[in-house]
Design a binder for this molecule. Structure first.
Ligand code: B12
Length: 212
C-alpha cells in the first residue's frame, strides 16, 4: 500500500527515485489509485512552490520539478485516461500569453482526449489572436484556456475580448482553469465556465459538445 503522504513529501523534496518507485507500485494493480497518486504529486508541487517562494529552491528546482511531474503523468497516464468514449468533436486548448506552464494543460488534454475529444493543442504563451484565428479557420466552438501565473487572468480576459471583437463570442464556449482561477476570476474574465480539476473540465465540455 503506497503511503500518499510520503509520496507528496518525496515530490516536495524532488526525490526522483522515491517518486518513480511509489508510482510504479501504484500502477502494479493497473492503477486503481492513480487519481490519489496524482493528487499527492500535485500537493508535492505546492511544497516546491512554497520553497521557491521562500527562497530555499531556485528556478533550476522548478525546472526539475516540472520534468519530474511530467514523468509522473507519463507513468500514470493510462490509468488516468480511463476507457475513452464516443467521438465528441474538436476543441482547442492552450496556455495563455505570457505563461509557459504546461503540465496542468497536458494532464487536462490527456483526459479530454481519453473522453473522446480531438484536442488541438496550441501550446504555451499563445496570443489571443492566434486562438481566435485558429478557431475561425478550423470551425471550433469550444476553447479551454490554462494559466498558472496570476497574470494569466489578464491574458484570459484579453482572449475572451478578442472573441467578442471578432464577432464570435456568442458561438464560442470558453472554459478557464489553472491555479489562479476562481469563480470571481471567471466573472472578471467573462468566461462561460471554470474548473480546477480535469474531471469537471471533461464534464462541462461534454455537456457543451452535446448541446452543439
Ligand atoms: C513546475 C513549475 C514551473 C516550471 C514549469 C514547467 C512546465 N513545463 O510547465 C518552470 C520552471 C518553467 C516555471 C517557470 C516559472 N515559474 Co513556476 N512553478 C512551477 C510549479 C512548481 C508547479 C506548476 C505545476 O505544474 N503544477 C501542477 C499542475 C498539474 O497543476 P495546474 O497547472 O494547476 O493544473 C491543474 C489544475 O489547475 C487544472 N487545470 C490546469 N489548466 C487547466 C485548464 C482548464 C481549462 C481547466 C478547466 C483546468 C485546468 O487541472 C490540472 C490538473 O489537475 C508552481 C508551484 C505550484 N504550486 O503550482 C510554480 C509557480 C506557478 N511558478 C511561479 C513562478 C514565479 C515562475 C517564474 C516567474 C519563475 C522565474 N523567476 O522565472 C517562471 C515563469 C515563467 C512563465 N512566464 O510562465 C509561481 C507563480 C506565482 C504567481 N502567482 O504568479 C509559482 C506558484 C511558484 C511560487 N509559489 O512562487 N515554473
Amino acid at each position: 500500500m503506497v503511503d500518499f503522504e510520503q509520496l507528496k513529501q518525496s515530490m516536495g523534496e524532488l526525490d526522483e527515485d522515491a517518486v518513480v518507485s511509489a508510482l510504479n507500485e501504484v500502477m502494479a494493480d493497473g492503477g486503481s489509485q492513480a487519481a490519489a497518486a496524482m493528487q499527492a504529486c500535485q500537493e508535492g508541487l505546492n511544497i516546491v512552490g512554497d520553497l521557491f517562494a521562500s527562497g530555499e529552491y531556485f528556478v533550476g528546482d522548478l525546472i526539475y520539478a516540472g520534468e519530474l511531474m511530467t514523468q509522473a503523468v507519463e507513468i500514470l497516464r493510462t490509468a488516468l485516461a480511463g476507457e475513452g468514449g464516443a467521438e465528441k468533436g474538436r476543441m482547442i486548448m492552450c496556455t495563455v500569453k505570457g505563461d509557459l506552464h504546461d503540465i496542468g494543460k497536458n494532464i487536462v488534454i490527456a483526459m479530454l482526449e481519453a473522453s473522446g475529444f480531438e484536442v488541438l493543442d496550441l501550446g504555451i504563451d499563445v496570443a489571443p489572436e492566434t486562438i481566435v484565428e485558429t478557431a475561425k479557420k478550423e470551425g471550433i466552438h469550444i476553447i479551454a484556456l490554462s494559466g498558472v501565473l496570476t497574470l494569466a487572468i489578464d491574458s484570459m480576459k484579453d482572449t475572451v475580448n478578442a472573441f467578442a471583437a471578432a464577432g464570435m463570442r456568442d458561438t464560442t464556449k470558453i472554459i478557464i482553469g489553472g491555479a489562479p482561477v476562481s469563480p470571481e476570476a471567471c466573472k472578471l474574465v467573462g468566461a462561460d465556465a471554470w474548473a480546477h480539476n480535469p474531471q469537471d473540465t471533461v464534464r462541462t465540455c461534454s455537456d457543451w459538445a452535446e448541446a452543439c
